[in-house]
Ligand binder design. Structure first.
Ligand code: PRP
Length: 208
């Protein structure tokens, strides 16, 4: 089978991937090779038609919107930032559960009408801060937001919180939960019609 005829399932590297692979390996779409031992980005599965694409989570909506991949696994935090992309959210895989939260030193919110927020979620951050009547000056950071308030780069952060360990070890508190986050299955709009059989088969296998 030619690569362009394959059905492509896009998976994000990182935490979601670690959670998701054990689920995938229980299905008939299991990866043939151990992805930890390979640098390949397009991997074969036990199903001859289905290949798994390994990319960054932030790129999953782009691949799905364009149709370069048919089905994708991605965190709701990313989907909320990528609302302009055109994909269909099929289901909640109930993996990678965490929260998008505002965090900072204890009394940072009191009496403030404007705060500098370090985040990699500019859209969600601006929307949320507006909703609580505080103007946000967003400072975009690609990671390690937790250190920004300590070093005076920002007043607070908006980031994912799971166990709370990263906040605690960097002297910050979770002040407001903005949104509950989990891993979602998304599909390309056209593929829902043209590749519906495989989309349903994979979706069913993953949500059982
Ligand atoms: C995430 C998130 C926090 C941390 C929260 O980062 O951005 O920094 O996990 O987890 P905790 O509440 O259990 O401490 P991740 O390690 O995924 O790396 P990233 O900063 O590169 O996204």
């Amino acid at each position: 089978m030619k690569e362009e005829d394959s059905f492509i399932l896009a998976l994000p590297k990182g935490r979601v991937y670690e959670d998701f692979i054990p689920c995938l390996q229980k299905t008939r779409f299991a990866l043939k090779d151990d992805p930890k031992k390979s640098r390949k980005m397009l991997l074969d599965t036990e199903h001859p038609e289905v290949k798994v694409l390994i990319i960054r989570g932030w790129d999953v909506p782009t691949y799905i919107t364009s149709g370069a991949a048919h089905l994708g696994v991605v965190g709701k935090d990313i989907l909320m930032e990528k609302e302009e992309e055109e994909f269909v959210e099929l289901s909640d895989l109930s993996l990678g559960k965490c929260r998008l939260s505002l965090a900072g030193r204890k009394d940072v919110l009191s009496g403030s009408s404007r705060l500098r927020i370090a985040t990699k979620y500019p859209k969600s951050s601006t929307q949320y801060m507006n909703s609580i009547g505080i103007q946000a000056e967003v400072i975009y950071l690609n990671g390690a937001q937790e250190i920004a308030p300590i070093l005076g780069l920002s007043d607070a952060i908006i980031d994912l919180v799971d166990t709370g360990k990263t906040l605690k070890e960097n002297g910050l508190e979770e002040l407001k939960v903005i949104s509950e986050i989990s891993t979602r299955l998304i599909a390309n709009k056209a593929s829902i019609k043209t590749r519906s059989k495989l989309i349903h088969e994979i979706s069913d296998a993953l949500t059982q």
